[in-house]
Design a protein around this ligand. Structure first.
Ligand code: FE2
Length: 276
């Protein structure tokens, strides 16, 4: 299938060399506003779920519960770890994991031809929208996310996952911008996050530790897109500011790759993975 490239050769080369690519201000301010407004509406509409799940950004194996494991093809709300009832809207950590399929506003934003062109520029043959997350990174309490590789959670064979991380607000050192290890995607996947029945666990694949140094901050203005290779070690710090750092992350896999039945994220047959 022919298509018009979106990225320049230099941008594609930069991504393959470094494992990430920043494209500043690719989304209009009005769209950022619309997505933020919609996320707030969804968060409020899921009020009855607020007491169901606290999200630990530090210890993912705490998610050995049906509420989390069933969220792969639903829109569910996860609260900030350590918050106490009564929960309020400012305690929401994130909403996931199928906004791109279930919510009309996020569906329209996610399924765009330009994202498809970017995916194909990065060598995808049959891009599939596997997962979406709306991340609030709330003022003062938005938790840190430890160093990880996205392919740990969204594994395919061969590894194909790429994160499309959209900053909907300005991100900086104070409000918990992304940090990434340039070139770190050239090292192997260290572990996989598996489901076993109603439990989850990590399986070690490679014993070499994740580098502890060499990371650079990726502060970006609102409306920017950060592309993240699935093997790239990255993290974010706690939000120390009194500003939120809202972001929408879409994870794409190649549908031609093998998707294991013991990946934590499973979708109902009635809602199969789709392309852009
Ligand atoms: Fe990530």
């Amino acid at each position: 299938m022919s298509y018009f490239p979106f990225l320049s050769n230099d941008q594609v080369r930069f991504f393959h060399d470094n494992g990430y690519l920043v494209i500043k201000k690719i989304i209009a301010a009005e769209i950022c506003f619309e997505l933020r407004k919609r996320a707030l509406e969804i968060g409020n509409s899921l009020r009855t779920d607020w007491d169901k799940a606290q999200f630990s950004t530090q210890n993912q194996t705490q998610h050995s519960n049906a509420y989390f494991l069933e969220s792969g093809d639903k829109v569910r709300v996860f609260m900030e770890e350590g918050t106490q009832p009564p929960e309020n809207i400012h305690h929401i950590n994130k909403i996931g994991h199928a906004l791109h399929d279930v919510d009309p506003v996020f569906e329209a934003f996610s399924h765009q031809e330009k994202w498809d062109r970017i995916a194909r520029d990065l060598s995808f043959k049959q891009p599939g929208l596997l997962q979406s997350m709306y991340i609030f990174k709330q003022p003062r309490i938005g938790g840190a996310v430890n160093i990880h590789q996205d392919a740990c959670f969204l594994y395919t064979d061969p590894i194909t996952v790429v994160g499309f991380w959209f900053a909907l607000e300005d991100t900086d050192l104070e409000n918990g911008c992304l940090w990434a290890l340039p070139g770190g995607h050239k090292a192997p996947l260290r572990k996989r996050f598996l489901r076993e029945g109603l439990e989850t666990r990590f399986e070690e694949l490679d014993a070499q530790p994740m580098p502890a140094t060499g990371y650079i901050p990726l502060p970006v203005p609102a409306g920017s897109l950060v592309l993240l290779h699935g093997l790239l070690p990255h993290y974010s710090e706690i939000n120390r500011s009194d500003r939120s750092r809202e972001a929408y992350a879409l994870h794409i896999i190649d549908q031609q790759a093998y998707y294991p039945a013991n990946n934590w994220l499973q979708r109902a047959e009635s809602l199969p993975i789709r392309g852009f």
